[in-house]
Ligand binder design. Structure first.
Ligand SMILES: CC(C)(COP(=O)(O)OP(=O)(O)OC[C@H]1O[C@@H](n2cnc3c(N)ncnc32)[C@H](O)[C@@H]1OP(=O)(O)O)[C@@H](O)C(=O)NCCC(=O)NCCS
Length: 319
C-alpha cells in the first residue's frame, strides 16, 4: 500500500514588519487592544511588487531543498490562496513557471483560511492513488491587498506570508486521516463580496467580517472536526504531540487546545509574530516548529483549519 508523508517544509515572510505600534498611527487602536483581543504583536507586509506567487516561490524552494529534491522532481502543485496574482491563470501555474518546471498538473484551491488543509488533503489523495511521487503543497497570501486600512475591526488582524510542504509517496504512513467541511450558509459573516464586471469592481473589494460570529463558529467547528479526524487516524486526544491550528487569534487557538485537553506547551502558535496569514498560517507555523526541532520523527501532529466559506477541516499526521 502507498502512503503519503511530508518530506520537506519551507516558508517565507516578506521583509517589512508592521507592529501594533505602527498601526496606532494609522487607525484608532492600541497595542494593548490588539494584543489582548487577538494575541497579535506584529505581522509582515509584502512589498508592492511582491505577488502571492513570489512569496510561494521562496517557500517552495526551501521545502524542495529540505526534501532533498530538485524542482523537476515535483509531479503536482496544489496551491491554496485567497489573494491570487490574477484572475487567471492560477497562481499554481504561475508558481510552476517561476520554478522552471513544465507539464505536471498545477491548480489552485480556494478555501480561504482552510485552504492549506484542503490542499494537503487533496494532494494526499493524488499521492496515495499513485498519480505522482512528490507533490508540492503551498499556502500563500498577500492578504494586505484586500484589507481596508481604515477599518480597525479587520486591518489589525491579518498579515502576508507563504508556507509550503513536499508530500511524497512512502511505504509508511505520514498523513493518517483528513476531514474537510464547508457550509455556504455562513457566507455573510466573513467575505470579500466584490467582483470584477465590465472592467470595474462591483461591491466591496475589502474583507468584511462579523468578528464575534466568526469567533463562536470557529471554536465550535474546530472542536467538532478534531473529534472526527482523530478516531479516523486511530489516535486518542492524549496522543497528539503538536496541535497546529489556523493562526487567527490566540483565544481561538487556546479554545481549540482546551477542547482537546492539551496544554499550550503542545500548541505551535505563531500568531503573535505573523498575524492571520489565512491559507499560509498553518504551513508557516509547521515550518517554524520543524526547523526549531520541536516536531520530531514519530510525533503525531494535528493540523486544523477554519475560515471563510465557511470552511473547516483537519489533517492528522505521523511525522
Ligand atoms: C475581532 C475580534 C478580535 C474582536 O474581539 P472582541 O473581544 O469580540 O471585541 P469586543 O466585541 O469585545 O469589542 C469590540 C469593540 O472594540 C472596538 N474595536 C474594534 N476593533 C478595534 C481595534 N482595532 N482597536 C480598538 N478597538 C476596536 C469595536 O468598535 C467595539 O467597540 P464598541 O463596543 O464601542 O462598539 C474577535 O471577535 C475575533 O477575533 N473574532 C474572530 C476573527 C477571526 O479570527 N477572523 C478570521 C477567521 S479565519
Amino acid at each position: 500500500m502507498t502512503f503519503s508523508r511530508i518530506t520537506g517544509t519551507g516558508s517565507y515572510l516578506p521583509a517589512k514588519v508592521l507592529t501594533n505600534k505602527d498601526l496606532e498611527s494609522m487607525v484608532d487602536t492600541s497595542d494593548e487592544w490588539i494584543f489582548t483581543r487577538s494575541g497579535i504583536r506584529e505581522r509582515h507586509i509584502a512589498a508592492s511588487d511582491e505577488l502571492a506567487s513570489d512569496l510561494a516561490l521562496h517557500a517552495s524552494r526551501r521545502a524542495i531543498e529540505a526534501a532533498g529534491l530538485q524542482p523537476s522532481d515535483i509531479g503536482l502543485i496544489v496551491l491554496a490562496t485567497t489573494t491570487p496574482d490574477m484572475i487567471f491563470p492560477s497562481t499554481a501555474c504561475l508558481l510552476q513557471s517561476k520554478l522552471g518546471i513544465h507539464g505536471c498538473p498545477a491548480f489552485d484551491v480556494q478555501a480561504v483560511c482552510t485552504g492549506f488543509v484542503y490542499a494537503l488533503a487533496t494532494a494526499d489523495m493524488y499521492v496515495k492513488a499513485g498519480h505522482c511521487k512528490h507533490a508540492l503543497v503551498v499556502g500563500t497570501e498577500v492578504f494586505s491587498r484586500i484589507l481596508d486600512w481604515k477599518d480597525r475591526g479587520t486591518c489589525v488582524l491579518f498579515g502576508d506570508g507563504a508556507g509550503a510542504v513536499v508530500l511524497s509517496s512512502s511505504d509508511t504512513p505520514g498523513v493518517l486521516a483528513a476531514r474537510l467541511h464547508a457550509d455556504g450558509a455562513h457566507t455573510g459573516i466573513l467575505s470579500v463580496p466584490g467582483t470584477v464586471c465590465d472592467g470595474r469592481v462591483e461591491g466591496s473589494p475589502f474583507v468584511s467580517m462579523d468578528g464575534s460570529a466568526v469567533f463562536k463558529l470557529a471554536v465550535r467547528v474546530l472542536g467538532e472536526v478534531a473529534d472526527e479526524v482523530l478516531p479516523a487516524a486511530g489516535l486518542a486526544k492524549s496522543q497528539v504531540d503538536w496541535l497546529i491550528p489556523h493562526q487567527a487569534n490566540i483565544r481561538i487557538i487556546e479554545a481549540a487546545a482546551k477542547k482537546l485537553g492539551l496544554g499550550m506547551d503542545k500548541v505551535v502558535a505563531t500568531v503573535d509574530r505573523h498575524g492571520n496569514t489565512s491559507a499560509a498560517s498553518i504551513p508557516l507555523a509547521l515550518d517554524v516548529a520543524v526547523r526549531d526541532g520541536r516536531i520530531r520523527a514519530g510525533h503525531h501532529v494535528l493540523l486544523e483549519g477554519v475560515g471563510g466559506g465557511f470552511t473547516w477541516g483537519a489533517v492528522a499526521l505521523r511525522w
